[in-house]
Design a protein around this ligand. Sequence first.
Ligand SMILES: C[S@@+](CC[C@H](N)C(=O)[O-])C[C@H]1O[C@@H](n2cnc3c(N)ncnc32)[C@H](O)[C@@H]1O
Length: 377
Amino acid sequence: MAVESTGPETLAHLLARRIVMDGPISVGTFMAEALGHPRFGYYMRRDPFGSGGDFTTAPEISQMFGELVGLWCVDTWARLGGPGPFHLVELGPGRGTLMADLLRAAAVLPLFRDNVTVHLVETSPSLRERQRQTLHPVLGDAVHWHDRLEDVPEGPTILIANEFFDALPIRQVQKTNHGWFERLVDVEPDSTEEAPRFRFVLEAFGSSGNRLVPDALRDAPDGSVVEVSPASQAVARLIGGRLAAAPGAALVIDYGHTHGPAVGDTLQAMCRHAYAPVLEAPGEADLTAHVDFTAIATAAREGGAQSFAPVEQGEWLSRLGIRQRAAALTAKASREQARDIRGALDRLIDPAQMGRLFKLVALATPGAFADAPPAGF
Ligand SMILES: C[S@@+](CC[C@H](N)C(=O)[O-])C[C@H]1O[C@@H](n2cnc3c(N)ncnc32)[C@H](O)[C@@H]1O
């Protein structure tokens, strides 16, 4: 493909030009640019949630989800000894719906609301604006936004992250009969500069592949693909460090697996509630990958936190009383609303829907939950 001097019109043009000049990029770089490029990144320019968007998250399905997370935060804060002023941090808050529902439920303990400072870690300017609109009636201007967790002030912390880690870049490595090679993204040689297309290739020498593959999977069969997310591990290590330095706990909710390092290509693109080819239109579709909860917990422990065994979302919500909450809402609902509540309950807890695929892991200051694990774990 020849390089011309016309300016890029889409992220695909920009990435293709970069690849032609500098060589293939890692899957992680492709994903990071597709989601977070300041001008063309998927999250930078749109509100992707709900029936008119590309996907629906648990807080957008029902208020019950955020309310139960709110009760977990209140209980956790009380169990931490109610350490006075504290930071309530949310990573990747979407429309701000989870935080709004959480804070409404947290009104059961006025002291919680009196002591809380809310920090939202969000890179998208358009979603920040959406969060401001959602939270202004609840918090006024008392919300702090940050680009990175590192920027949140130190101190006692309760942190939540729903469907944040699945949006962090992964890298992929593949086993060949010559060893492990990193998978890269290259430009299709027969595509044009006006309409670039992309394809997967393997790195030339296997230097990154051999470094990235976890020891436990080194002997996997030829053709196996393994995913690692150094970006996720770095954030988890940072959370661990925060929880080691001051009292606190974190709740990570996402879709993924708990069986440790595994083979499998889970990178997927969603557009208008349907799967799309992952390399087809960078910046136009949501890109996610299964979260490796074992890797998150391990990194958080390396950072200094304690971790609690992951629980499936259906089980966790049931333990926190979602059926009782659904019954209370239904008692005051019209017939149509009651049907919606039933549908939302099923979607959140049914093992065939979100109940099994989605999981939660709790992280905490070592020893802070010596008597019993955090609620639902
Ligand atoms: C799938 S959405 C989840 C939204 C919300 N938690 C929910 O459950 O509805 C991912 C969120 O993370 C944000 N995000 C993605 N990558 C990020 C990054 N590297 N740093 C901060 N926020 C990020 C997105 O803008 C979006 O708000």
